[in-house]
Design a protein around this ligand. Structure first.
Ligand SMILES: NC(=O)c1ccc[n+]([C@@H]2O[C@H](COP(=O)([O-])OP(=O)(O)OC[C@H]3O[C@@H](n4cnc5c(N)ncnc54)[C@H](OP(=O)(O)O)[C@@H]3O)[C@@H](O)[C@H]2O)c1
Length: 285
């Protein structure tokens, strides 16, 4: 088990880490926490050009510090950011709201690259479709603009977030190209997003799971998880992250705590038996 996944991504070059460090809700602590996360060993960073929840320029400040200290270079990192449409933003928009969506995508991307001090991202994710019910024309316009950004070399890979199976089916039917990543909130009570995960598995899409702890408080307290944690001399959080990895997810953590950063990365070494994985899989939902 290493820090990087073994699979080859569609662009044949990008290496994907086994854990992503999420940068949401950190405000002015963003630079210090991202620097700490990289010092602790995280190599994958998830952010968004959505000032309401993320301070992307603060992520860039941390990157400048770790590069300057000689800790890592740009090539050692996997940087993922997102395009967030207007309904997910506050007044601090990274684009002209009157411009067509395709122009908004290009403007948001240019602003992200400036924030992050780089000329390319590793992954560019559509933060969420316009409607909860299906893939709309607006989504199609954004996705095609994202493909153009990728073709121009400003990101290596593309993804979508907050999607249902229906979104994914309609999206892949409507476009010549689907996502390399799906990033979803992962609820145990929905079978840990089983339908979306199996769609992803069939198509070699990497499923990124967030809120694995915060959406599943009841699981963390469940005797099955407690027992497995005790047996492995681990914490319930580590068992959940190990389970996520073993069923093929790429987990995210947004911890602000140095000890938890260490524990979350150490979960990469935690083995669970196939029976334990099956039991967790069917714990709820
Ligand atoms: N695409 C989207 O729409 C979307 C939405 C939400 C989030 N995200 C991404 O996902 C990232 C992670 O968000 P999240 O919702 O999964 O997590 P989060 O909100 O950052 O919260 C993680 C929680 O788990 C706790 N925790 C972490 N490791 C722990 C451990 N080993 N033991 C005990 N508690 C632990 C943290 O507490 P401590 O800080 O005290 O450790 C924190 O309360 C975000 O930063 C963002 O990048 C994306």
């Amino acid at each position: 088990m290493g820090l990087w996944q073994n699979g080859v991504m569609p662009d044949q070059t990008t290496r994907v880490p086994e854990f992503l460090y999420g940068t949401a809700w950190k405000e002015d602590k963003t630079p210090a926490l991202i620097e700490l996360a990289i010092r602790m060993g995280f190599r994958g960073i998830d952010t968004a050009n959505q000032r309401r929840h993320y301070y992307e320029a603060g992520v860039g400040q941390a990157l400048a510090v770790v590069y300057g200290a000689g800790l890592v270079s740009r090539a050692d990192l996997f940087l993922q950011t997102k395009f967030t449409s207007q309904d997910g933003q506050d007044h601090r928009l990274p684009y002209d709201p009157a411009a067509p969506l395709s122009v908004q995508v290009a403007q948001s991307m240019a602003s992200s690259l400036e924030h992050l001090g780089t000329d390319y991202g590793d992954s560019y994710v559509m933060h969420g479709p316009a409607s909860g019910y299906g893939w709309t024309r607006a989504d199609a316009e954004v996705w095609e603009a994202m493909i153009k950004e990728r073709d121009a070399g400003r990101t290596r890979l593309l993804g979508v977030s907050n999607v249902s199976l229906r979104h994914l089916e309609q999206m892949t039917a409507a476009h010549s190209e689907g996502p390399a990543f799906v990033q979803n909130r992962c609820y145990a009570r929905l079978g840990w997003d089983r339908d979306v995960r199996s769609f992803c598995k069939e198509r070699n899409i990497v499923y990124q799971g967030f809120s694995l702890l915060t959406a599943n408080i009841e699981v963390l307290r469940h005797p099955l998880i407690g027992g497995l944690a005790q047996q492995a001399n681990a914490t319930p959080a580590q068992v959940v992250f190990a389970y996520a990895r073993l069923v093929g997810m790429l987990p995210l953590t947004g911890t602000s705590n140095a000890e938890h950063m260490k524990e979350d990365l150490a979960s990469l070494e935690l083995a669970l038996s196939p029976e334990a994985v099956r039991a967790i899989e069917s714990l709820a939902g």
